[in-house]
Design a protein around this ligand. Structure first.
Ligand code: BV8
Length: 246
């Protein structure tokens, strides 16, 4: 099988999507055909959806919290931890996944660009997001105690970047500076387990290409942006990633 050549001048930027958690038993968005309980996910995973029916949105995220808490990392995740330990500062992992499995596998040089499922934050104040594995399945929804101290009422929300919300600018600039530094030597970009449909994540391959990167797609099928990659390795990431890097 094709292998990504790694030497002392190689920097590796990895982007993962729901496909790398599929072998841990977490259904991908494509598996669900973009639906949940017959709701279009983009509508539930949006500020408008939360404003319209916060109980429904909390049910959606609470059921996913319950799901991920019973799952464990798979060889896709551990392969990326091994690569990080081998490359150190010359490695960066950007994930679209909110399931926390990369952290549980041991990844440290990690940017969760779409947030973290088992964290909550306030929809009304700028308190920092906090770990929260509670399930909110009934109509009594969690409220911010800090806002309450000020006599205000604000609902807590999952610490997730919803459709229509901008990504954290600090995260994006951290990615850009990694690409810029790496481009001075040799940059390899690998996207794994992603359909290449959601932006700006799906555009990362073009950012890497403009910096002269060698680009690889590891996916069970041809992603929407597959033509932007130099190499396409078709199959399960849990099988491919452990032996992809020479
Ligand atoms: C933004 C958290 C600027 C939620 C997620 C209209 C209005 C507003 C915005 C837009 C609009 N139209 C378009 C946009 C932009 C929008 C977008 O891209 N929409 C898409 C649907 C067209 N993007 C945004 O809104 C982003 N923000 O643009 O801000 C802005 C602001 C206002 C107005 C305009 C612009 C925010 C995007 C972040 C959304 N949040 N996650 C949650 O998780 O609940 S996205 C969510 O869906 C995931 O995080 C993930 O990113 C995405 C699903 O993608 P994948 O991870 O790729 O998963 P998928 O199931 O699709 O694919 C899995 C793949 O794995 C498959 O190809 C499969 O074959 C493969 N696979 C399966 N098993 C395996 C495997 N591969 C290997 N091995 C296996 N074993």
């Amino acid at each position: 099988m094709a292998a990504v050549h790694i030497d002392e001048s190689t920097w590796v930027l990895v982007l993962t999507g729901a496909g790398v958690s599929a072998e841990s038993g977490i259904p991908t968005f494509r598996d669900a055909n973009g639906l949940w309980e017959n709701h279009v996910i983009e509508e539930v995973a949006s500020p408008q959806g939360f404003a319209r029916d916060p109980s429904l949105v909390w049910r959606f995220y609470s059921e996913r919290r319950r799901g991920v808490l019973s799952c464990t990392p798979n060889p896709s995740h551990t392969a990326l931890v091994d690569l990080e330990r081998r490359l150190g500062d010359r490695f960066l992992l950007v994930t679209q996944n909110v399931d926390g499995l990369h952290v549980r596998a041991g990844s440290q040089r990690l940017i969760p660009i779409h947030g973290t499922l088992c964290e909550s934050k306030c929809s009304g104040c700028d308190r920092a997001p906090f770990v929260d594995t509670a399930l909110y399945l009934d109509t009594v929804l969690p409220e911010c105690d800090r806002c309450a101290e000020r006599g205000q009422r604000s609902l807590l929300r999952p610490n997730i970047v919803w459709f229509g919300e901008v990504l954290d600018s600090l995260a994006l600039s951290r990615i850009e500076s990694f690409v810029e530094t790496a481009a001075a030597e040799r940059l390899v970009f690998v996207a794994a387990g992603t359909s290449g449909l959601v932006y700006p994540a799906a555009g990362l391959v073009n950012v890497a290409r403009r910096a002269g990167a060698e680009t690889w797609l590891v996916n069970a099928d041809r992603a929407a942006n597959a033509s932007s990659f130099d190499h396409f390795v078709e199959g399960a990431s849990g099988t491919i990633l452990p032996s992809l890097f020479s």
